[in-house]
Design a protein around this ligand. Structure first.
Ligand SMILES: C=CC1=C(C)c2cc3[nH]c(cc4nc(cc5[nH]c(cc1n2)c(C)c5CCC(=O)O)C(CCC(=O)O)=C4C)c(C)c3C=C
Ligand SMILES: [Fe+2]
Ligand SMILES: [Fe+2]
Length: 339
């Protein structure tokens, strides 16, 4: 195999950079913009682990023509004046983190954000940071719980860039933060604040994005990390086991996914006496299609249709100051003693 290593300018004074990575999102809420985004995302073999020839035929022939329009319709319901919520909150979090670190540290790092799929790409963002003199890079995918299909896929993009570098940067990565006290406290604070303002339901649902059961069987630690987040959160909120329930949402395709399914529970809970439900999505750092459309809008409709009488969606941490403070502490811990 021939390698082509990037041409590099001479080294400038060493700087440190922090790179936040999120999933990516279409550039516009239209089928034309959703299609290339979904093609790139769903072509990643970390996400769909089927033989390439088989999956590409199904993806291009069946999934993309149908799913792009349906997804675009969902995005239209949640799109903000500044763009896709996932993009808007990720960008704001990076800006807020940089400002916070500047106040907290003498030699504060540059902070940038990138998307695993779509723009700004990990490759372009690392190239820009390198031009700005960054030779030490701390990478943090914005997924509290590690799944190969999310955090793993984000970090793959970083390693792919490193493989091409002539003068390789030093890299540290944070592959997960599901049990970080600052994350747990920020989440608990958000939920408590919501309860103080709006009252409390009969049960709190902690809804995490799902993954295929086969990926977990092959060794993906994701569901255990979600459950551990739930236990720590319950301890912080002093909840009994009967006060909350862990569920997994956004099932895609016909294969078995890890459960219990959020969708199924939204229908069965009212029939089992839970008429007032609070839902929070601790696995999502930023509100997005899967939280705002699938949970806050569609979930509410399904819960009421099944006999529920009160449904409260508690937003993600987004760029809340308590979370940015915790994120800054997490970053500072991992920068400690570096250069
Ligand atoms: C095989 C399919 C998928 C796996 C595995 C998967 C894992 C996974 N995803 C997230 C976070 C997000 N996913 C989002 C959207 C989304 N996810 C899938 C499929 C899989 N995800 C699809 C097809 C879509 C697109 C939207 C749709 O058509 O329904 C998003 C939101 C993006 C946005 O623009 O708002 C996030 C965030 C995690 C954390 C994860 C594994 C744990
Ligand atoms: Fe997803
Ligand atoms: Fe979805």
């Amino acid at each position: 195999m021939t390698h082509y290593f990037l041409a590099e300018p001479p080294a400038s004074p060493a700087k440190t950079g922090v790179l936040l990575i999120n999933l990516g999102t279409p550039a516009a809420p239209t089928a034309a913009a959703v299609k290339p985004y979904l093609r790139e995302f769903l072509s990643d073999q970390r996400v769909v682990e089927l033989p390439r020839w088989l999956w590409q035929t199904v993806l291009r022939g069946i999934i993309l023509p149908f799913r792009s329009g349906k997804s675009a319709h969902g995005y239209q319901k949640i799109w903000q004046s500044e763009g896709s919520p996932l993009y808007v909150y990720t960008e704001r979090s990076a800006l807020a983190l940089e400002q916070h670190l500047r106040k907290a540290m003498a030699d504060a790092p540059l902070v940038a954000f990138a998307m695993t799929y779509g723009a700004p790409s990990v490759a372009d963002t690392i190239a820009r940071l390198k031009q700005q003199g960054v030779s030490r890079l701390l990478v943090l995918p914005l997924y509290p719980q590690y799944a190969a299909s999310a955090g793993g896929a984000a970090l793959d993009k970083v390693w792919q860039v490193l493989l091409q570098q002539r003068n390789q940067m030093s890299v540290r990565s944070i592959s997960r933060y599901y049990d970080h006290p600052g994350y747990i406290q920020a989440l608990a604070g958000k939920i408590e604040q919501h309860w103080q303002q709006h009252g409390r339901g009969d049960k709190l649902m902690l809804s995490f994005h799902g993954i295929p059961q086969a990926q977990h069987n092959a060794g993906d630690p994701y569901p255990q990390e979600c459950r551990q987040t739930a236990v720590l959160l319950a301890q912080q909120l002093k909840l009994a086991e009967s006060d909350y329930i862990v569920a997994f949402q956004s099932q895609f395709g016909k294969a078995k996914w890890i459960g219990p399914s959020t969708q199924d529970l939204l229908v069965s809970l009212p029939k089992n006496g839970v008429k007032k439900l609070d839902v929070v999505c601790p696995g999502f750092a930023a509100d997005c299609l899967e939280t705002l459309e699938e949970i806050a809008l569609q979930g509410r409709e399904d819960f009421y249709a099944a006999g529920g009488t009160q449904y409260q969606y508690i937003p993600c941490l987004n760029d809340d100051s308590a979370w940015i403070e915790a994120l800054a502490a997490l970053v500072q811990t991992h920068l400690h003693g570096w250069g």
